[in-house]
Write a protein that binds this ligand. Structure first.
Ligand SMILES: Nc1ncnc2c1ncn2[C@@H]1O[C@H](COP(=O)(O)OP(=O)(O)OP(=O)(O)O)[C@@H](O)[C@H]1O
Length: 278
């Protein structure tokens, strides 16, 4: 049985701007350690909002209210004195759009290590940079041009560079927000392979629009609909034996859920108590 690295407890997120939107409604989940949990669901169902609330990234926007809690290793990430930048070191975030810092390939990875004072010598820094570039399967492609700007890499290589940059501050958890959706199929495949290998060391939570990708990569799958948790289960059970009618319809494509705005549907969502793999 796996341990739960990260949990949400009755987590609710509401945007309170001109139009009030309950983007995430009372979601309780466990994200098991060293596994990849995919969050899927139709556009606008709250996937990114849920992901960003896991390391308080939604707080960079105004007019957002949150209730409930998120815990990492049993400790609240909200009810804590820990500075948010420290929290975000432990729970890293990789965005959809690959963006290199305006620095060399080397410095893109060394950046986090330098600002957190992680390395005592240049030799140690070199070793760490190489090890993270190896972890994301990029080292052999860039070892002879570490001083060139990161922005000169291909989009797929930049996405792997972003992953290396996230790893450089030694997170426990990686949050991946549709990290392959801006990539061509070959680059997407390379990033998928990288995520596959990173699962051994990191707890990964990945939002994806691709059910095929969730099938290939995920250990656990979470399905959201209109901000509610409908179903969460291990990947095999989720796709082969969905428990909820709405999941079944989403998985087999028998009903275009994007077009369905009827929140009074007969299909009751399974709420807070469902956890992946339980
Ligand atoms: N900053 C914001 N202010 C107000 N409403 C927002 C904001 N960000 C998101 N929303 C709304 O919250 C709901 C959930 O959005 P979110 O981006 O989390 O969904 P999503 O499932 O990730 O969508 P997509 O798959 O299209 O990226 C949507 O109704 C969206 O319009």
């Amino acid at each position: 049985m796996t341990n739960a690295a990260l949990t949400t407890e009755n987590l609710a997120v509401t945007y309170t701007g001109n139009r009030e939107v309950e983007a995430v409604k009372g979601v309780s989940l466990e994200f098991p350690e060293n596994e990849l949990t995919a969050i899927i669901g139709p556009s606008g169902c709250g996937k990114s909002t849920l992901l960003k609330s896991l390391n308080r990234l939604h707080e960079i926007q105004p007019n957002v209210e949150i209730t409930g809690d998120v815990t990492l290793g049993g400790r609240s990430v909200y009810d804590t004195d820990e500075p948010v930048p420290e929290l975000r070191k432990r729970i890293g975030y990789v965005p959809q759009k690959p963006t290199a810092l305006p620095l060399s390939i080397y410095e893109n990875v060394a950046y986090g290590l330098r600002i957190h004072g992680e390395c005592e010598s240049k030799a140690e820094l070199d070793d760490r940079v190489e090890s993270y570039l190896r972890k994301v399967n990029l080292w052999e492609e860039v070892e002879d041009r570490l001083d060139t700007p990161g922005a000169e890499l291909s989009t797929g290589q930049i996405q792997r560079l972003c992953l290396a940059r996230s790893l450089a501050v030694e997170p426990d958890v990686l949050l991946c927000d549709e990290v392959t959706s801006a990539l061509d199929p070959i680059s997407a495949d390379q990033v998928e392979k990288t995520l596959e290998s990173l699962k051994a060391e990191y707890t990964i939570v990945a939002v994806t629009h691709s059910m095929d990708q969730a099938k290939r990569l995920a250990d656990e799958v979470v399905f959201l609909y209109l901000g509610e948790l409908v179903e969460a289960n291990d990947v095999r059970s989720f796709f082969e034996n969905p428990q909820n009618e709405r999941t079944r319809e989403f998985v087999d494509g028998s009903r275009p859920v994007e077009d369905d705005d009827d929140s009074n549907s007969d299909s009751e969502p399974t709420t807070a108590s469902v956890s992946p793999g339980r």
